[in-house]
Design a protein around this ligand. Structure first.
Ligand code: SF4
Ligand code: SF4
Length: 446
């Protein structure tokens, strides 16, 4: 029903927008980028929102057209424009499909920067955005407090009691979001920041690990597995002190000044010591970390350092495939299917490396998933802000997963893992959801 409403709104473009005036101020979609679109439409069927809504204005071509209209002052930067740009997952599948080399991610992120500067959202939305982007993600202390409260809620039996009581049913929005909340792990990974982990065999490389923000509380065991796998493959692993959230969610939300402030802090922390590579296990973060050079291109004091940082940045699967596995590889008897993370496949063009690593593990049987590189609906905070459409995408994804008969879904991004775990609960067959490095860790220990 709500999807139908979204379709109707999308077709009518409900809300005609404010007075036209074009883009203004910093971080505008640039002519060099949008003028590359030749309107061929080859991206349309690769776009998850177009596939669901069937509306041109919710396709990459349609969204670029609207950006041009706003840039030329023919369309207001108002409700209709904001709605169509909000509905975009920023999954960048359209970039992979585009024969003309349109870098759509740059365009939509700049359009969102314009929205953040010039469009006033409803007060509740502003409040929640401010709490998340200013007071939670960039502040590890606040993140730890919120994680501790959530952990208490989950581990004390309160969560089970509230589910059992049916109380959630009286708050439909909360009931919708509850399965998406990450399970908080204890102990968190925060105490490991600042430590150095020696190579377990002869040292071949010295790497620095970017541990992220939410991953430190919701994926602490994955963080530890990542360090162990790197150690087992001849890497000394530094987890530099002073590192902070990468700013990817800020970039996706159009908060570029906030993202630049975080980027400067990370660059400072990671360029202190010479390393062969800077690594992440989160594809969504990696995509932004690799684009620090672009983010800070107009900042003379930081552009060079940002480019140096970005040139060293790699996804952990990309790096391990490049250096070759030297760890023991014991059999892991599982049937797996691989879900491409959008920001790894489309954002970073890393597609084969995770598969090569998985294929090297004896006992793993890989069954290809139909439309493996179509977004699962996670997309940063999209599943929170656009829950209805995200859940429809997840339902489709789980149909594809179930058709493979695999007992394990493997991916390379914590955000996708959370979404797919919710998918297993809602539509799955009890599958396990794991990161590539978790299977390598399992193969290591036998
Ligand atoms: S495929 Fe590229 S050039 Fe063609 S319509 Fe889509 S964005 Fe434009
Ligand atoms: S980024 Fe994804 S959702 Fe957005 S227009 Fe491109 S393909 Fe569609």
């Amino acid at each position: 029903m709500e999807l139908e409403q979204a379709r109707t709104e999308a077709i009518s473009g409900s809300g005609t927008g404010r007075a036209a005036g074009g883009f203004s101020g910093p971080d505008q979609p640039e002519w060099e980028d949008y003028s590359r679109c030749i309107r061929c439409g080859l991206c349309l069927n690769q776009c998850p929102t177009y596939r669901e809504l069937g509306v041109e204005m919710d396709s990459p071509r349609g969204r670029i057209y609207q950006m041009v209209q706003v840039a030329e002052g023919r369309l207001g930067l108002g409700e209709s424009f904001v709605r169509h740009i909000d509905l975009c997952l920023d999954c960048r599948a359209c970039e992979t499909a585009c024969p003309s080399g349109v870098e759509y991610g740059k365009l939509v992120e700049a359009a969102r920067a314009q929205i953040a500067q010039h469009y006033r959202r409803p007060w509740l939305e502003r409040l929640l955005r401010s709490l998340a982007f200013q007071y939670l993600l960039p502040r590890p202390t606040n993140l730890r407090v919120v994680a501790a409260l959530l952990r208490f809620y989950q581990a004390s039996g309160l969560q089970e009691m509230i589910r059992w009581s049916g109380l959630l049913e009286t708050f439909p929005r909360l009931a919708q979001l509850e399965p998406l909340a990450p399970a908080i792990e204890s102990p968190t990974f925060f105490p490991q920041i600042g430590k150095v982990f020696p190579a377990r065999s002869e040292r071949r490389f010295r790497v620095a690990f970017h541990a992220g923000c939410i991953t430190n509380v919701a994926f602490a065991r994955l963080q530890e597995a990542t360090v162990r796998v790197l150690q087992a493959n001849g890497c000394e692993v530094l987890v530099p002190q002073g590192q902070i959230c990468c700013g990817a969610l800020h970039v996706h939300a159009g908060l570029r000044d906030e993202a630049r402030a975080l980027a400067r802090r990370n660059i400072e922390a990671f360029l202190r010591e010479p390393v062969d590579a800077i690594l992440t296990n989160a594809a969504g973060c990696g995509s932004t970390l690799k684009e620090y050079g672009y983010l800070l291109r107009h900042d003379p004091a930081w552009q060079e350092k940002a480019a140096a940082f970005a040139s060293r940045m790699k996804d952990v699967t990309e790096f391990l495939a490049e250096i070759g596995l030297t760890q023991p590889l014991h059999p892991v008897p599982r049937t797996i299917t691989y879900q491409d993370s959008c920001h790894l496949a489309h954002g970073q063009k890393v597609r084969q490396q995770p598969l090569l690593l998985l294929q090297s593990v004896p006992g793993l049987r890989l069954v290809e998933m139909p439309l493996a590189d179509l977004c699962c609906g996670s997309a940063g905070i999209y599943n929170i802000t656009e829950t209805q459409l995200a859940m429809q995408l997840l339902r489709n994804k789980m149909e594809a997963v179930n058709s493979t008969g695999a007992d394990t879904i493997v991916t390379a991004n914590p955000g996708c893992i959370l979404q797919l775990r919710a998918g297993v609960k809602l539509h799955g067959r009890g599958q396990r959801v794991a990161h590539v490095v978790e299977l390598l860790d399992e193969a290591r220990s036998g």
